[in-house]
Each structure stands twice: as structure tokens, then as C-alpha cells.
Design a protein around this ligand. Structure first.
Ligand SMILES: *[C@@H]1O[C@H](CO)[C@@H](O)[C@H](O)[C@H]1NC(C)=O
Ligand SMILES: *[C@@H]1O[C@H](CO)[C@@H](O)[C@H](O)[C@H]1NC(C)=O
Ligand SMILES: *[C@@H]1O[C@H](CO)[C@@H](O)[C@H](O)[C@H]1NC(C)=O
Ligand SMILES: *[C@@H]1O[C@H](CO)[C@@H](O)[C@H](O)[C@H]1NC(C)=O
Ligand SMILES: *[C@@H]1O[C@H](CO)[C@@H](O)[C@H](O)[C@H]1NC(C)=O
Ligand SMILES: *[C@@H]1O[C@H](CO)[C@@H](O)[C@H](O)[C@H]1NC(C)=O
Ligand SMILES: *[C@@H]1O[C@H](CO)[C@@H](O)[C@H](O)[C@H]1NC(C)=O
Ligand SMILES: *[C@@H]1O[C@H](CO)[C@@H](O)[C@H](O)[C@H]1NC(C)=O
Ligand SMILES: *[C@@H]1O[C@H](CO)[C@@H](O)[C@H](O)[C@H]1NC(C)=O
Ligand SMILES: *[C@@H]1O[C@H](CO)[C@@H](O)[C@H](O)[C@H]1NC(C)=O
Ligand SMILES: *[C@@H]1O[C@H](CO)[C@@H](O)[C@H](O)[C@H]1NC(C)=O
Ligand SMILES: *[C@@H]1O[C@H](CO)[C@@H](O)[C@H](O)[C@H]1NC(C)=O
Length: 457
């Protein structure tokens, strides 16, 4: 059997001018979605790596059930259109250490990638204990005590301490927990990908960019329950992230910095993004002392609506906050943030909240069109500082709420209110003179419009 496989590979390599291709079926993968193909797939990956790299092919038509696969340097998984990798749903399918719970895991790899037009599926539905339209109750594999609570499930794909990560032309479906996770990576390019997670499952994040530099994400379509694009800093900073041409729908934040925020976030660009009916649009939940600076958000259309208080977020189109998570935490600052050409339709106002030791500095809103309209049964009147800080606070609702700010420039900003439950709103802007300084207005407009959009006053 092994001899046959080797013969087939050598024939392949003689006839192909491109990098070597190793088909998992040549290594004995059944691809029937029933039998575990973990060993044959891993053997194909390892053979590919030993030969200096190339492609590991998952032929179309197959459903390849597997436990954790360890991806190696210069190996690209080529999951053909019509093929799928199916992640196991048993704890024994994953390594003992919960930090390695991924369906596909690259560690210390260079030039590893995933492509092919097919699908990687985490069987997230198998991890739902009880379906609940408000928020599903999930399985927890916490018997060993290695992790706590319901955040104890396998992620779909992880690149840890890796360089030249490439993920493109692939669909990532139904993660059991986070979907695509970059940790301490340098130079990751992710493009032309789609992510579909259950809308009601918590922690179904789209892409988590943790402690990683020089990341490019473009042409992504993400429709999932939890934060869609989520930079986090736990062991080091996140520098130089560019996200463009994406479409996002989520029951949490479409873009979120944090809440893990122990180190700095610097030099990010988010451009040409559509955020559709999400619980929050652009968010920063800075809680652990990391500082945020030089971030641009441009050409973004946002619509936000209220879902359920079990989820963080209250339909804010833009939510920028920094406060100490608890009494032992520090406050990071947030500075030099530009919002340009943003158009939002939302059920709640913009929330800009620094804290005594974590000031928001030099924020600019330029050519920003904010439209407010209540259309769900949401009653408003709560500020959401979660996680930690003041948690939920009863408070009147305004178009832009500001606290602890040093420098806010509004240039060509228009605010429009649909004449539907306008009494729910108190002021276009709300702040205390004691902690907001250097406010500048240029060409600021506010008006109430009719249900059909006509101007009333
Ligand atoms: C496992 O999670 C449950 C539910 O959150 C919790 O009650 C229990 O203490 C956890 N056990 C361990 C060992 O983490
Ligand atoms: C990212 O860049 C910063 C600044 O140069 C550096 O301290 C950090 O180690 C880098 N992280 C990675 C994963 O390369
Ligand atoms: C930012 O990352 C991109 C993509 O890796 C790279 O081309 C560019 O040189 C980086 N910019 C800086 C200032 O490091
Ligand atoms: C913006 O992104 C969309 C995809 O979401 C794409 O079709 C369009 O071409 C992009 N526009 C520009 C100017 O790049
Ligand atoms: C954030 O900035 C403050 C003030 O410059 C500094 O004291 C603190 O160390 C910075 N935080 C980090 C994680 O570098
Ligand atoms: C503003 O952003 C919208 C939505 O992304 C885009 O369609 C439009 O072309 C942008 N306008 C300018 C002047 O860049
Ligand atoms: C953004 O909204 C504007 C106005 O509603 C619309 O003209 C434009 O096509 C939208 N652009 C995107 C990228 O959704
Ligand atoms: C304020 O932020 C803008 C980006 O929005 C930046 O160009 C400018 O240099 C910043 N000003 C200061 C004083 O840092
Ligand atoms: C003001 O912003 C709107 C978008 O909200 C844009 O269409 C318009 O061109 C801007 N006006 C100027 C003078 O830049
Ligand atoms: C402002 O946003 C509203 C609602 O999204 C939209 O109808 C209108 O066309 C936008 N105006 C501009 C100038 O972008
Ligand atoms: C006005 O709000 C009610 C709920 O209070 C909702 O049923 C209705 O659809 C809303 N109308 C518009 C035009 O938003
Ligand atoms: C907000 O006020 C309502 C009604 O007074 C009360 O029932 C609720 O507990 C308050 N919520 C918080 C978070 O204080």
C-alpha cells in the first residue's frame, strides 16, 4: 500500500512542473464523512513537508472527517470545490492540551496555507446542547479543568507563531468556537474567503488576529454569531492590519478591537466594508491597558439593530471605549482615530467613552452620515460598558454620547432622526464639560425626517 502510494506520487511529480501534489486518497483517506481520515491526511501532509512542500489535495466529492491536522511549512491544503474537511466532534479527536484544539493547526510554520474552493466545516451544530433563538447553550469540554465554562470548545483553524500565512478561496463553515485564529503571526494574507457560523451560537468569531503583525484581509464575506473581525492583544502588540472589501453580518460586533487588550494596537486600516444588521458596527473594547493609535475607518456602510441583552452591544453603529476591566486593570488610551465617509442607519447612538486614566484623544469624524431609527421593540436607555467596568448603566439615549475625551473634530457630520419614537432620544449630543475638551464642529447638521425619509423640521 505504501509502495503504491509512493509510486503514484512519483508519477505525479514527474508529470507536474508545479510544486508536488499529494492526494489524501492516495494515502488511504476514505472521504465518506463516516470513517476518520485523520491518519492518512496527516501522512499526506507529512510526506508533502518532507519533500520540501507542495499541495495536499482533497479531491472533489469527498467529505474528509478528521481530528486535529498539523499543517507544516510550505504545505498548502488544496480542498477542491465540492470537497470538504469535517472536524470531529469528540474530545478525543483533539490533542490533550486545549491550546491545540483546532481542526487545522499550523505551529511555527512558514509559507503554510489553505485554498482550493472547497469547505472546512467544524460541525458547530454538534456542540449545541440546547437551541435558543436568544443565545444557544453550548457543550463544554472542561472536565480536565484546562479551560472553564462554555468557552471550552475546539476552534476551526489556527496559525500559531507562523510566517507567510496564506488563506484564500475557501469557505469556512460552522465553527464550534472561533473560526480563523492568527496568533503571533507575521505576514498573513487572507482573501476571497467566506465564513458562515451559527447566528445564535456564542464565541463563533470570524477572524481573530491576536498578537500578529502585517496582516491583510480582503474580499471576505462573514455571516456569524460573534465578533467578525477581531484584533486582540494577549502576549504582544498588533501592528499593521489592513481589512478591505468585506461584507459582514453578526449578532455581535462586526469589527472589534479587544476585549483582550494587554498590548498596543497600531496602524490599522478598515476600508470599503458593508456591515449589515449587526448588534454593533465598529467597536473598541479596550480593558487591559494596551494603547490604540493610528486607526482609519473609511468608506463603510453600517446598519445596526438590537438583538438581545444576552449579547454584548446595544445597536451602536460606533462604540469606542476604554476602561479598566476590574480594579487590578490599567486603562489604555485611544488616539488618532479617523472615521471618513461612514454612513450608518442604527437603532442607537454613537458611544465614545474614555475613562479617567484612559483618554480618547484626537478623534475625527469627516463626511459622516448618521441616521437613527428605532424599528425593534428595543426600549433604549442603557449604556453597555461590558465586559467589566460599569457593566450596564441606566442612562438617557443620545445621538453621540461622549466622556473623557481630549480632541474630537466633527467635519461635515449629519444626524438624521426618523420620526418614529423620537421621544426615546434626548439630545443629539451629550457630554459633561468637566471631561470633554477640544471639541470642534464644522458643518454639523441635525434634523428630524419623516417615516418615508422626508424632512419635517
Ligand atoms: C465546567 O463548566 C461548568 C459550567 O460552566 C462549571 O460549572 C464547572 O465548574 C466547570 N468545571 C471545570 C473543571 O472547569
Ligand atoms: C510585531 O512587531 C512588534 C514591533 O516591532 C514586535 O515587538 C513584535 O514582536 C512583533 N510580533 C510578531 C509576532 O512578530
Ligand atoms: C504592512 O503589512 C504589509 C503586508 O504584509 C506590508 O506590505 C507593509 O510593508 C507593512 N507596512 C509596514 C509599515 O510595515
Ligand atoms: C468594495 O467592496 C466590494 C465587495 O464588498 C467590491 O465589490 C467593490 O468593488 C469594492 N470597491 C472598491 C472601490 O474597491
Ligand atoms: C500605554 O501608554 C501609557 C502612557 O504612555 C504607558 O504608560 C503604558 O505603558 C502603555 N501601555 C502599554 C501596554 O505599552
Ligand atoms: C463612501 O462610501 C460608500 C460606501 O462604502 C461608497 O459607496 C462611496 O463611493 C464612498 N464615497 C466616496 C466619496 O468615497
Ligand atoms: C452605501 O450606502 C450608500 C447610500 O445609502 C449607497 O449608495 C452605497 O451603494 C452603499 N455602498 C455599499 C458598499 O454598500
Ligand atoms: C490626529 O489624527 C489624525 C488622523 O485622524 C492625524 O493625521 C494627526 O496627525 C493627529 N494629530 C496629532 C496631533 O497627533
Ligand atoms: C459631506 O458628507 C456627505 C456624506 O455624508 C458627502 O456626500 C458630501 O460630499 C460631503 N460634503 C463635502 C463638502 O465633503
Ligand atoms: C445618509 O444615510 C441615509 C440612510 O442610510 C441614506 O438614505 C442617505 O442617502 C445617506 N446620505 C448620504 C449623503 O450618504
Ligand atoms: C416604528 O417603531 C415600531 C415599533 O415601536 C415598529 O413596529 C415600526 O416598524 C417602526 N417604523 C419604522 C418606519 O421604523
Ligand atoms: C434600570 O432601570 C430599571 C427600571 O428602573 C431597573 O429595573 C433596572 O434594574 C435598571 N438597570 C440597571 C442596569 O441599573
Amino acid at each position: 500500500m505504501a509502495g503504491l502510494a509512493l509510486l503514484l506520487i512519483s508519477l505525479h511529480s514527474c508529470t507536474s512542473l508545479a510544486a508536488l501534489t499529494f492526494s489524501v486518497t492516495d494515502f488511504g483517506a476514505a472521504g465518506d464523512g463516516q470513517r476518520y481520515d485523520t491518519k492518512p491526511i496527516q501522512a499526506a501532509i507529512d510526506a508533502c513537508a518532507s519533500s520540501g512542500g507542495g499541495r495536499v489535495l482533497f479531491p472533489s466529492g469527498g467529505s474528509y472527517l478528521t481530528g486535529t491536522l498539523f499543517l507544516r511549512s510550505y504545505v498548502v491544503l488544496d480542498v477542491e470545490r465540492g470537497a470538504r474537511i469535517l472536524g470531529g466532534s469528540r474530545e478525543e479527536d483533539y490533542p490533550p492540551d486545549s491550546a491545540e484544539w483546532y481542526v487545522v493547526l499550523a505551529k511555527n510554520a512558514k509559507g503554510a496555507g489553505i485554498t482550493g474552493g472547497g469547505e472546512i466545516n467544524g460541525q458547530g451544530e454538534a456542540f449545541v446542547v440546547r437551541s435558543d433563538a436568544r443565545k444557544n447553550v453550548m457543550v463544554s469540554w472542561n472536565q480536565t479543568g484546562s479551560c472553564l465554562g462554555d468557552e471550552c470548545r475546539p476552534r476551526l483553524i489556527g496559525f500559531l507563531d507562523s510566517k507567510e500565512v496564506r488563506v484564500w478561496d475557501i469557505t469556512l463553515n460552522q465553527p464550534a468556537y472561533w473560526c480563523l485564529h492568527l496568533v503571533r503571526c507575521d505576514d498573513a494574507k487572507i482573501h476571497d474567503i467566506a465564513i458562515y457560523g451559527d447566528f445564535n451560537s456564542p464565541n463563533n468569531d470570524g477572524i481573530d488576529i491576536e498578537d500578529s503583525n502585517n496582516t491583510i484581509i480582503t474580499r471576505c464575506h462573514i455571516d456569524t454569531g460573534d465578533d467578525a473581525i477581531c484584533p486582540k492583544s494577549s502576549t504582544g502588540p498588533v501592528y499593521n492590519l489592513t481589512v478591505t472589501n468585506c461584507w459582514i453580518h453578526t449578532k455581535s460586533s462586526a469589527i472589534k478591537l479587544g476585549s483582550a487588550s494587554w498590548f498596543d494596537f497600531k496602524k490599522f486600516l478598515f476600508d470599503n466594508i458593508t456591515i449589515f444588521e449587526s448588534h454593533r458596527g465598529i467597536g473598541m473594547q479596550i480593558r487591559d491597558g494596551g494603547n490604540v493609535s493610528d486607526i482609519v475607518f473609511s468608506n463603510i456602510n453600517i446598519s445596526t439593530r438590537y438583538y438581545d441583552p444576552l449579547w454584548w452591544g446595544r445597536a451602536e453603529p460606533i462604540y469606542i471605549t476604554t476602561c479598566p476591566r476590574d480594579s487590578s486593570s490599567k486603562s489604555g488610551s485611544i488616539s488618532n482615530i479617523l472615521f471618513k465617509n461612514i454612513s450608518a442607519l442604527s437603532e442607537n447612538g454613537v458611544f465614545l467613552s474614555g475613562s479617567r486614566d484612559g483618554i480618547l484623544r484626537n478623534l475625527t469624524f469627516k463626511n459622516v452620515n448618521l441616521t437613527y431609527r428605532r424599528w425593534t421593540a428595543y426600549s433604549g436607555g442603557l449604556y453597555d460598558y461590558r465586559p467589566g467596568c460599569q457593566e450596564l448603566v441606566n442612562h438617557s439615549t443620545s445621538g453621540i454620547m461622549m466622556e473623557h475625551i481630549d480632541g474630537l473634530n466633527l467635519e461635515n457630520v449629519s444626524m438624521k432622526w426618523f420620526k418614529n419614537r423620537t421621544k426615546d432620544w434626548v439630545y443629539p449630543m451629550q457630554f459633561k464639560g468637566s471631561n470633554v475638551n477640544k471639541l470642534s464642529f464644522h458643518d454639523w447638521n441635525s434634523q428630524i425626517i419623516g417615516i418615508n425619509g422626508g424632512v419635517l423640521m
